[in-house]
Design a protein around this ligand. Structure first.
Ligand SMILES: [Zn+2]
Length: 248
């Protein structure tokens, strides 16, 4: 079963690449052939198999031998791994609704993160979908008030950062994303998620400074860090809290 879930994740990873590439470009997400960027050669079915095609073709177009971006297999693999991780961490007996919602939630966070890195913006259509899934999980999870308050608290905090920095530290898209994460994780996992995202973000900033890649004008999108924080809190939040309390 785990292998089936992993392959399903790979296929959704392929679809994630299509969304990341085409959303808001006016191109159809479904009714359009995949083509090589350089020679416009239409890709055959065997060139569209997640990860495997990239490896077999050694990262090059079959007709013109141009390099294919490693983003494609990376996103496909990340998606497969994500599906597997959430499936494995689900406690038995498996509730198909919570498993499905959690998988959809974090798959969308993956799409948003890569989209944010590439285009420096979080698309409204995707973030509203994440908020909708978070609301659906309220119905399944039955912790209505607590999770709603967590969502509003997280949203207010990030909206405040966006407002005082005039959009320099955070985008307003990050605040909407934080709303979804707060509702989905509830309390106290939301707090763990936000703290982890700031720690990972700070660590990443230090690495950039060390590599002398960080300039004053560098805009580092925060969406990926929020997503990493949320996933960490979802998978290991309880254990992180236990560990932290044992230190006190
Ligand atoms: Zn080509």
């Amino acid at each position: 079963m785990a292998i089936v879930i992993f392959f399903l994740g790979l296929i959704f990873g392929s679809f994630a690449n299509v969304i990341i590439l085409r959303l808001n470009t006016g191109e159809s997400l479904i009714f359009k052939d995949s083509r090589c960027f350089f020679c416009s050669q239409k890709l055959q079915w065997f060139e569209l198999i997640p990860v495997a095609s990239f490896l077999v073709l050694r990262g090059r177009c079959r007709s013109c031998k141009s390099r294919i971006s490693w983003q494609y297999p990376a996103v496909e693999f990340a998606s497969g791994f994500l599906f597997l991780l959430i499936y494995v961490s689900t406690t038995t007996p498996i509730n198909i609704w919570s498993l499905g919602l959690a998988t959809a939630f974090f798959w969308l966070l993956l799409v948003i993160s890569v989209y944010d890195i590439r285009h420096k913006i979080i698309p409204n259509s995707l973030v509203y979908l994440v908020v909708a899934i978070a609301f659906l999980s309220l119905i399944v999870g039955q912790q209505l008030a607590q999770n709603l308050i967590s969502g509003i608290a997280l949203f207010s905090f990030f909206a405040f950062l966006w407002w005082v920095s005039k959009g320099q530290w955070m985008g307003f898209g990050d605040a909407k994303l934080a709303l979804a994460i707060g509702i989905f994780l509830g309390w106290p996992l939301s707090l763990v998620g936000v703290l982890v995202s700031f720690w990972v973000g700070a660590l990443f900033g230090l690495v950039l400074i060390f590599l002398r890649r960080l300039h004053l004008k560098t805009h580092v999108p925060f969406g990926p860090f929020l997503s990493i924080g949320a996933l960490t809190a979802f998978l290991w939040g309880e254990r992180i809290i236990e560990w932290y309390l044992s230190l006190l």
